[in-house]
Design a protein around this ligand. Structure first.
Ligand SMILES: Cc1cc2nc3c(=O)[nH]c(=O)nc-3n(C[C@H](O)[C@H](O)[C@H](O)COP(=O)(O)OP(=O)(O)OC[C@H]3O[C@@H](n4cnc5c(N)ncnc54)[C@H](O)[C@@H]3O)c2cc1C
Length: 390
């Protein structure tokens, strides 16, 4: 049964003994890192992560075609984050959460296990999605090798098929076509790519893809090989459930969604039918005042978009409110349509699609210094130390 009492130990023992409340954060990806950096001053934060670096799930297109620029912002060892200095970091994977007993069991990278108790628990473990997001324990060298091997395989291919018309498929197909050297085919199941985006955005991206040389194949639904999760490039002919002739490419990249949430350490009753974590409008688990979930693992809205819709601010505000004993919680709001950068930073700048389908472009000469260095590095990350990038 879910617990409905207040946050354990906050009213008396924690404040009375001047001890800082203990916040355990599961997963230090795009969202977990933002939560950890904002709570580390007032709380004792323990951040549990499968890797020793932030490996962002954003911008797969530029990650494959321009890995050097991508790394600058999106592959950053945690030791470079000034605001993580106060955070106790454990490299490992949570294998069990005891929500009644307020603790988690962690399998560390050396194979041992530890129990970490908490006052507040924040779940930000994301979801697996193709080869670029997973929950394996990994060091930086392995991450780097994985990046390099896929990039090399794609560089060697003369024909590339990208299956899936979501943000990732579109971003990869367009960036590969712009780079040149291969014929790029994008297969998607609807009439236009980018389901979930405003119709104006969908028409716009169709024009952009064609203009950039991507060969579009609408109304193609691929048959995914049995047991295959899209975690590597394939080379066999692609078969279609929609009856078209099989298509053979030198390399096929699968970006068919089918996200698998990293939630198997949680009891089934806090998950929805697809395994995502059920949350209320405050991004809190119903019945558990001291447990929050945010990012791709959280069933916050139909698009599960709390990562890009500033869910970290909601969680940080609500953790602070809970710790103060305040009932004034911040609500999470998500727009009806998806939004964001789709193609990443290009020579002409960064185009951002808005929920109403309009878009604006930040020229590269402003986007690089202001957006990437000032906004992301200073504001979002709270300052990065210089040093080897990875
Ligand atoms: C500010 C911001 C802006 C964004 N803008 C855009 C945009 O413009 N366009 C766009 O397409 N997307 C954008 N996104 C969204 C982004 O594409 C994804 O939604 C985001 O990467 C998901 O982050 P996450 O923290 O939920 O998951 P991840 O970044 O995948 O992090 C989860 C981490 O948890 C680890 N983990 C998994 N299981 C366990 C476990 N059991 N124990 C411990 N650790 C575990 C994983 O290994 C991983 O490191 C944005 C996100 C943010 C935060």
């Amino acid at each position: 049964m879910p617990k409905s009492h207040g946050v354990k130990g906050l009213n008396n023992p924690v404040r009375g003994s001047q001890k800082k409340p203990r916040v355990v954060i599961a997963g230090v990806g795009d969202v977990g890192v933002l939560v950890a950096t904002r709570l580390s001053r007032r709380c004792e934060v323990v951040a549990i992560s499968t890797r020793p670096a932030l490996v962002s799930g954003q911008e797969l297109g530029t990650r494959l075609t321009d890995p050097t620029s991508w790394r600058r912002t999106y592959l950053v060892p945690y030791r470079r984050f000034r605001r993580l200095d106060r955070v106790r970091q454990l490299q490992g994977r949570i294998i069990r959460a005891d929500l009644e007993g307020d603790s988690v069991e962690v399998e560390l990278s050396d194979g041992t296990t530890v129990i970490e108790p908490y006052d507040i628990f924040v779940i930000a473990t994301g979801a697996s999605n193709g080869f670029w997001r997973h929950d394996r324990i990994e060091d930086i060298a392995t991450t780097e090798a994985g990046l390099a091997s896929v990039s090399e395989e794609l560089k060697a291919a003369k024909t590339i098929a990208v299956v899936g018309g979501g943000t990732t498929g579109v971003s990869v197909a367009d960036n590969l076509a712009r780079r040149g050297g291969a014929e790029v085919h994008l297969f998607h199941s609807g009439e236009e790519p980018l389901p979930g985006y405003h119709p104006k955005a969908r028409s716009w991206i169709t024009r952009v893809l064609s203009a950039d040389g991507v060969v579009l194949h609408p109304d193609h639904r691929a048959i995914t090989p049995a047991g295959f999760t899209g975690d590597r490039l394939t080379h066999e002919p692609i078969e279609w459930a929609t009856d078209q002739a099989p298509f053979t490419a030198d390399a096929t990249l699968w970006a068919v969604g089918g996200m698998r949430p990293h939630s198997n350490f949680l009891p089934a009753e806090v998950l929805d039918d697809s395994g995502f974590v059920t949350v209320d409008e405050y991004l809190r688990l119903p019945g558990y005042r001291n447990v929050f979930a945010v990012g791709d693992v959280a069933a916050s809205d139909p698009h599960r978009s709390s990562a890009r819709n500033w869910g970290f601010r909601v969680v940080v505000a609500n953790v602070r409110a809970e710790l103060k004993g305040s009932s004034k919680l911040k609500r999470f709001h998500a727009p009806e349509y998806r939004w964001g950068s789709i193609l990443g930073l290009q020579p002409e700048g960064l185009t951002v699609v808005q929920p109403d389908g309009r878009r604006f472009r930040i020229p590269r000469w402003i986007a690089e210094p202001l957006l990437m260095r000032v906004f992301v590095t200073q504001y979002l990350y709270g300052g990065l130390r210089k040093g080897s990038r990875s």
